[in-house]
Design a protein around this ligand. Sequence first.
Ligand code: KG4
Ligand code: ZN
Length: 336
Amino acid sequence: MNILAIESSCDETAVALVKDGRHVLSAALASSARKHRETGGIVPEVGARQQVLDIIPMLREALGDDFLKEAIDALAVTVGPGLIGSLVIGVETAKALAWAWDKPLIPVDHVVAHAYAPWINGDEPEFPALCLIISGGHTEFLLLSGHGSVQFLGGTRDDAVGEAFDKVARLIGLPYPGGPEIERLALEGDAQKLTLPRPMLTEPNLEMSFSGLKTAVRNVVNSGEVARADVAAGFQQAVIDVLLSKSELAMQQFGPKSLIVAGGVAANRALADQIQKAFGQKLSVYVAPLSYSVDNAAMVGSYAYFTNRPAEDIFELAADPNYHAKHVGTSRSLKL
Ligand code: KG4
Ligand code: ZN
């Protein structure tokens, strides 16, 4: 089954043709991240205007000039969560194509789609799978009991991890997106040089908070006494400590057979190495590779194939920033 997948929830415009949820036949991606370097972060209107211009070229690039629409069995599109002006572009494009070609259209939850990175990387995680989704917009634990069976376990109360990386990067004068920049600078620093809080580390639930950590970093930076590389290393290690400790707690509680770590922050090597070291002996660990950790359309096509729930009426389908909260629920974490 070949699915044409579209992803436009944030600052990427991505299209992929995915066979049987596992094989990426072709993919194209345009990112406005470089544009957002100038503004130090995402300006939704600027991003969306660029995406309107990018969507048709990305479709042409992924499909090629001589594609056969008969070879496409269904379309899939991220309907939420994300920036509304960005989501609308992918959703309305997918609707137009599904209508014109008379194909089914499968709506996709962007956060859960991140968890499908292992499948498009050729792996087959065993269920139940504990998923740690860490991106610029989301930080949460999900339990995947089977395809299409997902439960929210807990998440951040304030900033997402990627957002915290981006904000701390800005505090120490690094460009957007901050995650890769902090990771690079942290290699030259000493994480032990400063004492930073590990918010909610000892609370017996899967809730997290990163805004206090960011404030603590700001105070350290304002004191002017610490080297930037040590700030980067100290902040990164504080985040990793929290994620490791909460993952351990989730494992004790839910006894998963595999652990999937995905979302843009999964690209962080220090995090990936420490997760592998801490849990690799206990269960199968799948940390998304770089191309499938950041936003991409292949994960959208994979999720769509495995869950296979086409919209009953494509004209009823609408971009919805609250899609994930409505379907999976993110307002409260489970009491452990
Ligand atoms: O999943 P993603 O591409 O977009 C969202 O859905 O949010 O994640 C983007 C986030 C950004 O905040 C970026 O700084 C972070 O992922 N990121 C990283 C690294 N690479 C990207 N954070 C830490 N270390 C990295 N190497
Ligand atoms: Zn994402």
